[in-house]
Design a protein around this ligand. Structure first.
Ligand SMILES: *Cc1c(COP(=O)(O)O)cnc(C)c1O
Length: 395
């Protein structure tokens, strides 16, 4: 059962159950205890002076954090050399970027990155002497022309936040690696289950564990996984910054990990059914979901991804905000709130126009982002149908 080394003969669903578990190490109980810990006591003075102990200090790891790190490594694949656990997805992003770049470096970031990623680049990284250029997510191998002698890293995210553009990450990675730059990816949407980041050339793979890993809208959490090339820098950076995740959140992330596979499969199936239903609606101009055949990113999604999660957007035909809000206010099963990846359905209205800089954002109508939860999908569709009826009563 103990998975000090992930068993590569096991399929993913099995690894989600077995990885990171060693019941005999804690009296046979199925799950590890939650270690609330700072001080670790040494048995003798000689041990203390020599730091001779399996664990040194709470911030540097406990049996609880070790269990989750081993579990995550088992699904990140054989190229994963280490994982750092962080107190939020944004902390995972900033830690990975701090690990990748230094003063005087140039950084390339997709224009469709999660907005707070941009804020970090435009404020703290800028203040520390790192220059960021935003690029069109569709650039592919053409990213070569944006490289400068001091370009040290490329930040990718696929599909893009809010608008779901795809990226040819293998093409970008081969350009970056030829110039000895690191490739970072925000892999929160697909998770390692549906996108093999290391197999596609990513060096530092980020998950906002707040979303699907937690899965229940009750934790803030982040992870960064690194390959052999980047793991030393990742561990040094996370350790030096003094970042560590709280033990209860680590435990809840590990609990979420066990059911990640079945939850994602259901989010995927329900979201596709709702997305296809939206495609038939007269109120809808376009559905922004890469697993739909109509999506411009579909070929890349099909080539590189093994699944789709429950988050997508749509563009409504031109209409008043009053009509859009009548639709949203009528919904009873879709909460209106940020974040996503929990068991419940959500909707927000969004607009990328005020922060994208490399690509124009002209969708042609109001835009809504949906997270499709684990409710019965036909109940969700009935709720949305009532929403459209309310929309029709407003001009
Ligand atoms: C939510 C999110 C984050 C940030 O995660 P937090 O835990 O909220 O800090 C990062 N990337 C993406 C794509 C997200 O959706």
């Amino acid at each position: 059962m103990s998975s000090k080394k992930p068993d590569s003969s096991q399929r993913t669903a099995t690894r989600l159950v077995t990885a990171g578990r060693d019941p005999q190490a804690h009296f046979g109980f199925v799950n590890p205890p939650v270690f609330h810990a700072s001080t670790v006591l040494y048995p003798t003075a000689a041990d203390q002076v020599a730091h001779r102990s399996r664990y040194q200090y709470g911030r540097r790891g406990t049996p609880t954090t070790e269990a989750l790190e081993q579990a995550l490594m088992a699904i990140d694949g054989p190229a994963c050399a280490g994982v750092s656990l962080l107190p939020s997805g944004l902390a995972a992003i900033s830690t990975a970027l701090f690990a990748a770049v230094s003063a005087g470096d140039h950084l390339l970031v997709t224009d469709t990155a999660y907005r707070p990623t941009r804020t970090f680049c435009d404020s703290i990284l800028k203040r520390f002497g790192v220059e960021t250029t935003y690029y069109d997510p569709a650039i592919g191998a053409g990213i070569e022309k944006l490289f400068r002698p001091n370009t040290r890293a490329v930040f990718t995210e696929a599909p893009g936040s809010q608008s779901f553009e795809m990226q040819d990450i293998p093409a970008i990675a081969s350009v970056a690696h030829a110039r000895d730059a690191l490739v970072l990816m925000d892999n929160t949407w697909a998770t390692p289950l549906y996108y093999d980041a290391f197999g596609k050339g990513v060096d530092l793979s980020i998950q906002a564990g707040t979303k699907y890993l937690g899965g229940h809208s009750d934790i803030m959490f982040g992870t960064v996984s690194a390959n052999e090339r980047a793991v030393g820098r990742l561990k040094d950076t996370a350790g030096t910054l003094g970042l560590c995740a709280g033990p209860d959140d680590v435990f809840l992330a590990l609990r979420g990990f066990r059911t990640l596979g079945v939850r994602l499969a259901q989010h995927q199936a329900s979201a596709l059914k709702v997305a296809r239903w939206f495609e038939q609606r007269p109120e809808v101009l376009r559905v922004l979901h890469p697993a739909l055949e109509s999506n411009p990113g579909h070929a890349l999604w099909k080539r590189d991804f093994t699944g789709a999660s429950g988050l997508f957007s749509l563009v409504l035909k031109p209409m008043s905000d009053r009509a859009v809000h009548a639709f949203m206010d009528e919904l009873t099963l879709f909460g209106m709130g940020y974040s996503w990846g929990g068991f419940e359905s959500l909707v927000i209205q969004f607009d990328c126009a005020d922060y994208r800089t490399a690509t124009p954002w002209q969708p042609g109508g109001p835009t809504l982002r949906f997270h499709i939860g684990l409710e019965d999908v036909d109940d969700l569709i009935a709720d949305l149908d009532r929403g459209f009826a309310a929309m029709a009563k407003v001009s």
